[in-house]
Ligand binder design. Sequence first.
Ligand code: FAD
Length: 372
Amino acid sequence: MSASQRVVVLGAGVLGLSIARELAQSGAQVTVVSAGGVPRTASLRSFSWLNSLSAWPLDYHRLRLRGIAHHRRYAAANAVPWLRFDGSLNWEAGGASASLSGVHAHMLTLEYETRWLKAGEAAALEPALAVAALGDASVLHAPGEGWIDLPAWLAVLEAASVSAGARFVKVEGDASVSTQAGRVNGLRLPDGTLVPADAVVVAAGAATPAVLSPLGAAIPAATNRALLVHARVARPGPKAVLRGPDVAIRTRADGALVLHAEWADDEVRDDGPNRWAVEADVVQDVLARASATLSGCPTLELLDTGIGLRPIPGDHYTVAGAIESVPGVFVAFSHSAATLAPAIAEALAPEVLGQGRDAQLDPFRPSRFSTT
Ligand SMILES: Cc1cc2nc3c(=O)[nH]c(=O)nc-3n(C[C@H](O)[C@H](O)[C@H](O)COP(=O)(O)OP(=O)(O)OC[C@H]3O[C@@H](n4cnc5c(N)ncnc54)[C@H](O)[C@@H]3O)c2cc1C
């Protein structure tokens, strides 16, 4: 396929927009179709810690590093307040450090910079952190990590895509992939209109398996419900990303805090199609635990609760590449896409344009699932 061919990207989250920008800047005629909106768009309610701090296999770690390197280059070239690399501080309950010790050992083998800090050292490094919250825990410091405010990044990606010629179509309801004689011929909008295309990239977040299923491509999912709490605080928030056993905390560009707690995700319940709910006392508990983590136990004023689905492939690793059984259809489906999207987009766009396959995507192709 030549670069001047027509490509439709389904989904205007961080993955879809990152891919659209790459494709448009490569000369493709790009149309981005998306339903958008907060409840369905994970990228509008993401904690967005930029990291590779886990015992990931080497291939996945390298893909994450490629994403972080992109973000670092952008931060170096553009002094924006919504993309910061001030490290992360990580600790476990009751002074235990068993699982983090394993992570630290693994990180050393990968030469990913991490080091142990005593509680007092961590609080000295990060004055917003309450030393009492740490107890006798050791704190694992990953100085190269950071965070991004995805709504600001999405605006940059959309503007860059538009200035490279991309067209945006906002829809109400579900668009679907259209095929003719066994290969893709475009994207069908909810009103029945066909947007003709030579290739369609499905980057529909949590809806990705449902979009691909009618094509006979079964992508397993472990997607779960998630709660993100935003709160105002009267004093400076932490510079580092704080990840304790009760709650994770980071500061936003405007100084407010973003809070995420795995235990609170379990309290989210379905409340109708594309609707989710959580009890107010769960949100208050998240705020209380965050306050107790911060020095001086500041009052946190609730600004917003973001509730919805967190897109996660069934084996937890990125799914990116061609759907071999339906020529012209490509997929990008991933957790941690705040971190990974620039890498996935850079690797996938040439493949969509028929300019070769990036070997770094080989372990992550949808063909690893037998039904694609
Ligand atoms: C609470 C939470 C915390 C997270 N923390 C981190 C973190 O710390 N670090 C990290 O790297 N990542 C994190 N993530 C993951 C990251 O945010 C997601 O991987 C990423 O946002 C997914 O982006 P996406 O573009 O794939 O999907 P989305 O942002 O969900 O976008 C998909 C879009 O497609 C549209 N769409 C879907 N189907 C259709 C259809 N049929 N027709 C039209 N439009 C359609 C949707 O409306 C939506 O706008 C977190 C996510 C959550 C929810």
